[in-house]
Design a protein around this ligand. Sequence first.
Ligand SMILES: [Zn+2]
Ligand SMILES: [Zn+2]
Length: 355
Amino acid sequence: MKAAILKSVENLELEEVPEPKPGPGELVIQVKACAVCGTDVKVYHHGHKHIVFPRITGHEVSGVVIKCGAGVTNYQPGDRVIVAPAIPCGQCHYCRRGYQTMCDQLKAIGYHYDGGFAEEMKVPAAAVANGCVNHIPQGVSFTEATLAEPLACVINGQKLSQVGLGDTVLILGAGPIGCLHAQLARAVGAGQVILAEVLPERLKMAEFTGAILVDLSREDIVEKVKQLTAGRMAERVIVAATSHQAQEKAVELVAKRGSVNFFGGLPKEKPVINLNSNLVHYGEFMIVGTHGSAPRDNELAIGLIARKDITAKAYLTSILPLEQIHEALHLAEIRQGLKVVVTPSNSDQGESNDG
Ligand SMILES: [Zn+2]
Ligand SMILES: [Zn+2]
C-alpha cells in the first residue's frame, strides 16, 4: 500500500509499504479520508516527544473496516467508521474516575501508532476495546466524518467550560476550531454567540456559523462585548487561538461567575502569560484549559454532524489525494480555507454519494 512516511523532521516521502495485518482484537481500515490538523504541521517541522521515526502521521481518520483480528465482535468488514485517535488505558486512576483525556498511559494514533496518511491503517486493540471506533451514520460522507475528531475536542472543552442554555459565549479566533465552538454553542442552546477574529478574511469565512462576528482589527472587543451584554460581559469565553494576548484579554471579557477556557495551547518555549489575578479574585470566575477528547466525545460529535447541527461540509475547503500530502500540509500551514482533507483511497472526493 501507499503511505506518507515521516522519516525525520521535514523529510516526508510517499512510499510503498507492506499492508498492515490485524493482530488479536485489532482492525485494519481502508482510509477514505484523513484531515490535516495544525499539530500535523507542527510535527512535520519539529517532531514530537511521542513520535519515533519513521512514522505515518494523521489522526482525523475515517474509512471502511477491511480486516478484523481474532476476537473482534463489534465490527465487521464493510463497516464505515471513524477512529478517535486518543486511546485511554481504561485502568488507571483517571480512567476509572471518567477523566479519560487525563489517562496516565494515554497513547495516540498518528503519534505512538501509525496514522491515516496511508491507504490502510491498523487500529490497536485498546482502541477497539475502549470505544474509539464509531460507526458513521448514513448520510455523512467520509470527508465530513473527519470533522468528528476536532469537534470531539471542542465538546470536551465546552463540557468543562459549562456552556449552557442562554449563556453568552465569546470565542476568540475564527479558525476551524473557533467555528466549531460557535456552532456547538448554538446547538446546545447558548444565547448570544460572538466570534472574534483579527484576520478579516477569516472572519468572512465564518459567516456560515450564524455567530455575531467581531473584527478585532477594527473594533475594541471589550467595548463591543460590554455593549452586547449590557455591561455584564460573556458567561463563557473560549480562547481558540495560540495567543498570549488573547489569553490575557480573556479575563477582562468574562462575566462574574463565568468561565474562561484556554483551548489553544501556547508555544512550549514561551508558555507564561501576565494575568490580572484580582479580576479572578473579585469576579469569581473559573479558568480552565482543555485539550483532546474522550471516546464518548467522538460518538457525540458524529451524531451532531449527522443531525447537521455542525455543517461539516462548510469546513472542507480543500480535498486532495495522498500524492499531494506536501501541498495539503502547506495549505494547512498558511491557513488557506478551513480544513484540508487528504483522501488516500481516492473514492471519496467529498461528494455525498459515499454515504
Ligand atoms: Zn487534530
Ligand atoms: Zn488510563
